[in-house]
Design a protein around this ligand. Sequence first.
Ligand code: NAI
Ligand code: MG
Length: 361
Amino acid sequence: NKVTIGLIPADGIGREVIPAARQVLESLPKSESSPRFEFIHLDAGFEHFQKHGVALPEETLARLRGECQGALFGAVSSPSHKVAGYSSPIVALRKHLDLYANVRPVASVAGSGQKQLDMLIIRENTECLYIKQERIETDANGLKVAYADRKISEYASRRAGQMAFNMALMRDKLRSSIPASERLWQGKPKVTIVHKSNVLSITDGLWRETVRGVKENNAALYAGVDMDEQLVDSMVYRMFREPEAFDVVVAPNLYGDIISDGAAALVGSLGLVPSANVGDNFVVGEPVHGSAPDIAGQQKANPIAAIRSAGLLLEHMGYSGDAARIYQAVDGVLREGLIKTPDLGGKSTTQEVTDAVCKRL
Ligand code: NAI
Ligand code: MG
């Protein structure tokens, strides 16, 4: 069983952490059930745009569709000002490959001195404010007024909601295989719906109603999953005070983006948090962090977010055994606490951390 994975390092530290993830995939012990990997290097990113005038080349998309079963994306340096002709390749990839949910597990490692939490954030990945329908007008006083449309559809909200409830069941199943004393989450699985429908009653109201409907309309299937909800601002407050109160959290695109960076702070670094962009036919693993221009090219980047993203990629392609091996190797290195990059207070390089993970594998 050959698995072809597209590697898209893109910009900045993406070029350091994607090779690290590849090295880890290549170091997986060979077993009968594990796949044989083939890797294809693919271009994308802001630097590619500056050289060639396109951020996501047609060839990259065509080869992903035609030859790959999944992909790993590094990070892109999207400028904060408007650049004519440029738009973010990862946002485009999510759209072209219909990767409708961004799955972001944020978990502490027992015994590593981190705050204890084990949550999974499901971020709707295709709409909300990220449809980029912006316009600017001038008011009667000659001052500028900018607007952005926000799209919330029943279709996309339902798919994100289904992903959340399905993942809650899946996590419950996986948890049952570890000893109760080592489980951070002890109760029934739970989905928390994040919204702001007290203010945005039409858009966030539709989101809330639709995600609630996923459980209400599939009562038997999801009987084993509790459901509650949290306004996005109080979500942030509660997440910082009692992160152990959350299991699966499902949020519209923008809120999900913000909450997951916040959650990353609770486990010590953005450099630890992986994600997977999941659709029905394709998966793209992608660390939550950006291109980190402040540390790029210095071997300071923490490769663990990308390595765990490779694990998530395998998990969502059906190779959960190999994924678990990667997670355990990473947890082992973190728990030992000797080899760590500067974001975690250490002095080790990207390569040294990668080698330590591979050695454990
Ligand atoms: P960032 O995530 O790149 O960096 C934020 C801070 O975290 C920086 O101090 C950085 O050094 C640190 N950091 C991030 N990843 C790290 C790692 N693996 N190891 C150690 N430290 C790490 O966010 P920032 O600075 O706001 O954005 C930089 C660029 O990245 C921007 O152009 C932005 O558009 C882009 N970006 C891209 C994303 C993507 O490709 N999906 C997501 C977020 C930002
Ligand atoms: Mg982000």
